[in-house]
Ligand binder design. Structure first.
Ligand code: SAH
Ligand code: SF4
Length: 407
């Protein structure tokens, strides 16, 4: 199959938009089939984490309180990190008790936590319906800062051949509460409350949506969660410090750029469609040319905010000098950088990481063309916390079972 280059394509941008719009609707309809359960406790209390400001005001009105209380609660929940209403000292005792009766400020529960020899910490979180997902904190080696790698789905519908998560069927999407909750629970673990303001250094300083799942197949929940995290009166993490990684869900990329303005990372991994079709099967739907065209359109990209191209280096599969040169040709004209990730092995996979020499030679070609091309040495390998190694035991319940539990 040949794929026409966008520059020679006769398709107008209006036609691209119309096509994307119908594809977007299809993706959103499919995403709804995997919706998370409503965040309510067994005794009927509503989870407040994960509600937008407007929704928070609404639930307060429902219990007969004034909507302005939302601002106060927002501060306690997201700035102070308080989960216990009785510690919200600016709220009068009777109201604290009333809030307690109707609401909860929760966290996913921590099933296990492991800290690697290199200080990377992996959390296995359990959500209210028993499903589990992993979150990883990767501290910087030199400074007191680090990245929190967050999951967006339990399992993944895509089945990239090099990825451990891809062997776990999609169980369901994570809700906004569960996505924000991963970050907040990781912050609890390091005691980083109240949220540092402005440029004050933070230990948990960046977010990468690179955990389990394809974030653009759960866009609504991911977007809602990121808006909460970016809100200036709460956690207040800048959009410049958040990176969403996608295997290339082209129709959702524009929306993400327009609405969230966060950084984009593309899991490229191959420079020819025949090979990328095999490694990242989504390529059969959105081939390299369409993916690159979407990168050119990405509104939040600039020289100071480059698009990251992730490239897993797999021995004798995608790591030749010719492929490095082709990679450079593909990204030419884009504000881009390349992350070279030696393949991380996991039980049952046949691939091997590229040799040191191959990595160095490939990186040199990309750097000679003027692009940053750091080789990302795996972190947290001893606890299976490195890229592509995440997987949980959660399985999709049979239909009958889920009907019984109302999930
Ligand atoms: N679904 C999204 C985000 C999660 S994957 C995506 O694919 O981009 C996060 C990153 O880990 C991706 O770049 C993915 O390609 C990479 N990855 C997956 N398996 C890996 C492995 N075995 N070794 C190294 N990186 C891997
Ligand atoms: Fe899913 Fe990303 Fe893994 Fe592919 S690499 S299977 S898209 S999590």
């Amino acid at each position: 199959m040949t794929h026409p280059m966008p520059s020679s394509s006769p398709v107008s941008s209006d036609a691209v938009n119309a096509l994307n719009e119908s594809e977007r609707r299809r993706i959103e309809a499919k995403s709804a089939l995997f919706a998370p359960p409503t965040p309510v406790t067994e005794d009927g209390r509503r989870e407040l984490v994960g509600l937008s400001r407007e929704e928070l005001a609404e639930v307060l009105t429902e219990i007969g309180e004034k909507p302005f209380r939302a601002k106060q609660l927002w501060h306690w929940i997201y700035h102070q990190g308080v989960t216990d209403f009785s510690l919200m000292s600016t709220i009068a005792k009777p109201l604290q008790a009333k809030l307690e009766k109707h609401f909860i400020v929760g966290r996913p529960s921590l099933t296990t936590q492991q800290t690697s020899r290199d200080d990377t910490r992996k959390f296995l979180f359990r959500f209210r319906d028993g499903q589990e997902a992993e979150t990883v904190y990767i501290p910087d080696r030199r400074e007191d800062r680090g990245a929190v790698c967050i999951s967006s789905q339990v399992g993944c519908t895509l089945s990239c051949t090099f990825c451990h998560t891809g062997t776990q069927k999609l169980v369901r999407n994570l809700g906004a509460a569960e996505i924000v909750g991963q970050f907040m629970a990781a912050r609890d673990s390091y005691g980083e409350w109240p949220s540092p303001k402005g440029d004050t250094p933070r230990l948990l300083s960046t977010i990468v949506l690179m955990g389990m799942g394809e974030p653009l197949y759960n866009y609504e929940n991911v977007a809602k969660a990121m808006k909460i995290i970016m809100d200036g009166e709460g956690i207040a993490l800048s959009r410049r410090r958040i990176t969403l990684s996608t295997s290339g869900v082209v129709p959702m990329m524009d929306r993400c750029g327009d609405e969230l303005g966060i950084n984009l990372a593309i899991s490229l991994h191959a420079v020819r469609n025949d090979l990328r079709d095999q490694l990242v099967p989504l390529n059969r739907k959105y081939p390299i040319e369409e993916l690159m065209a979407a990168c050119h359109r990405y509104p939040a990209a600039s020289n100071s905010r480059r698009i990251t191209f992730e490239y897993i280096m797999i021995r004798d599969v995608n790591d030749s000098d010719a492929e490095a040169r082709e990679l450079v040709r593909l990204i030419r004209g884009l504000p881009a950088k390349v992350n070279l990730i030696p393949f991380n092995p996991w039980p049952g996979s046949d691939f091997r990481p590229s040799t040191r020499e191959r990595l160095a030679s490939f990186a040199q070609i990309v750097m000679d063309a003027g692009y940053a091309a750091p080789i990302r040495m795996p972190r947290g390998k001893d606890i299976l916390a490195a890229c592509g190694q995440l997987k949980t035991q959660s399985e999709r319940k049979r239909q009958a079972e889920s009907r019984n539990t109302g999930a």
